[in-house]
Design a protein. Structure first.
Length: 278
């Protein structure tokens, strides 16, 4: 049987996967795109040699990326999703009845097209009338907006290449400007097992812009290190508090998970003081 060897730029280990079939193998003007079928995970979307989603476990990531901030907000109506061309984040956002508009900003249109074809259960809502798709740089789309967005959700690849523009102080400042007073921002920010320094750097950069910055985690089996972090920020509200009743249909996220996902405050302080010894 063929094997796929992952090329994660940050991982000190290399994951390998059995390949039943190569369903798609192409290259856009931004990155290599591959879809394979694995006997355990089903279809897998791979960008530049790194697994992004699998049919079996994508919901862990997409639910935790979206529902924490959307339940922390009292009534989110307008949401920006940057990246996430597979459509999973958009699907989860639209489970919230208060949401009226989703700006879906994906720089690589080919990822959306491939996901529509091979991951229809994930990309099922990208053509919903509430969704406006723009294939452009998310950092450019954010610039100049003024306090009209309730949540900005960044679903990017690893912090390398064209994704680095989504982790700068300038980008975070643009996000702060575009958020309403109760608005939230969230992004994936690497693994606590393997990438503590990167996690801390993202947090420190966000703290230079936002008055409230926090971190929560989720188990993601196919991401190197497994225990992955989400960095979240706001103009004033704590993301640890749920401000709406949990009513959406999910497989993993719940009101209990919301509370338990955040790092204990003592552990968070040790992380930021660089005193976590592993």
């Amino acid at each position: 049987m063929i094997r796929f060897y992952e090329r994660d730029p940050y991982a000190p280990i290399q994951y390998t996967y059995e390949v039943e079939n190569i369903l798609y193998n192409g290259k856009s003007k931004f990155q290599e795109i591959m879809v394979i079928r694995n006997p355990h995970f089903g279809k897998m979307l791979i960008l530049d040699g790194v697994v992004q989603i699998t049919e079996r476990d994508e919901f862990f990531y997409h639910e935790m990326l979206t529902h924490v901030v959307l339940h922390a907000h009292p009534a989110p109506k307008r949401v920006i999703v940057i990246g996430g061309g597979d459509g999973g984040a958009v699907r989860e956002v639209l489970k919230h009845k208060t949401v009226e508009k989703v700006y879906f900003i994906e720089i690589d249109e080919e990822v959306i097209n491939v996901s529509r074809k091979f991951f229809p259960a994930v990309a099922c809502d990208v053509d919903d009338p509430r969704v406006e798709i723009k294939c452009m740089d998310g950092a450019e789309f954010i610039k100049g907006r003024d306090s009209d967005i309730d949540a900005v959700i960044v679903d990017s690849t690893d912090i390398v290449g064209f994704a680095t523009s989504l982790f700068t102080k300038e980008f975070f400042s643009s996000i702060k400007n575009c958020l309403t007073k109760d608005g939230f921002y969230v992004t994936l920010s690497e693994s606590l097992h393997f990438h503590k320094d990167i996690v801390i750097e993202v947090q420190e950069t966000m703290k230079a812009v936002f008055p409230v910055v926090d971190i929560y985690t989720a188990p993601i089996a196919t991401y190197a290190g497994n225990w992955w972090t989400f960095s979240v920020a706001s103009k004033g509200l704590s993301p640890r508090d749920m401000r709406r009743k949990f009513e959406v249909n999910t497989k993993y996220y719940s009101d209990e998970i919301h509370q338990q996902a955040f790092l204990p405050k003592g552990m968070y302080e040790k992380l930021m003081q660089r005193k976590l010894e592993w």
